[in-house]
Design a protein around this ligand. Structure first.
Ligand SMILES: [Zn+2]
Length: 198
């Protein structure tokens, strides 16, 4: 991981700078509240983006995208210069997720937890919608009142933090590494600030 300044030049160097760095730098320049920008090439989101269809809230994973996901369609090529980075940031606007047509996704969060959570949800929503589409297309959809309730739950910061901790634990267990104390499955580590159950 390299540390870059506002001009996308390295100030702490650990390896080659990624050639799509302008996605990150320009989104962060346009959105002062954003602390993490993710860009990746997930296979289901890329396949879905080539269909030219809107993302549906037919799955719980699609819930947070029910007001639509901006599509960057200026190019399917990599974003390797500042003008294109600025164009991506403009298309993202004030949203948390964007699809680069036939290329990948961009997510933005005030925390790493949030940006990771949104990226995983987006990839899963694309995969589930394509699965349903391959089986003849979804016939049953979510009621509006249900959708509103699910949206408020999905978008909670505590849900995102707890989900991120789970991913950190899974990663460490897979590689046989010790799970850092703050991510262990201990009651004190669970954020229950948004929890409404008894
Ligand atoms: Zn890319």
């Amino acid at each position: 991981m390299n540390q870059l300044n506002a001009l996308s030049n390295c100030v702490e160097y650990y390896g080659p700078r990624h050639n799509e760095v302008y996605i990150h730098s320009e989104v962060m320049r346009a959105r002062p509240e954003i602390n993490c920008v993710i860009h990746t090439h997930p296979e289901h989101a890329i396949a879905f983006s080539s269909l030219g269809k809107p993302l549906s809230a037919m799955s719980n994973d699609g819930t947070m995208f029910s007001d639509g996901v901006p599509i960057f369609a200026e190019t399917t090529d990599l974003i390797t210069d500042q003008p294109r980075g600025k164009a991506v940031a403009k298309t993202l606007g004030d949203r948390r997720a964007l699809i680069l047509r036939n290329h990948g996704i961009v997510t933005a969060g005030t925390t790493i937890d949030e940006a990771v959570f949104v990226a995983i949800k987006l990839e899963r929503a694309c995969r589930i919608q394509m699965l349903a589409g391959a089986a003849g297309g979804p016939k049953l959809f979510v009621k509006d009142e249900e959708l509103a309730a699910k949206r408020s739950r999905t978008n909670r910061g505590d849900s995102q933090g707890n989900a991120f901790s789970y991913l950190v634990r899974r990663w460490h267990l897979r590689c046989g590494c010790e799970v850092p104390k703050e991510y262990r499955a201990e009651i004190g580590n669970f954020d229950r600030t948004g929890y409404k159950g008894s």
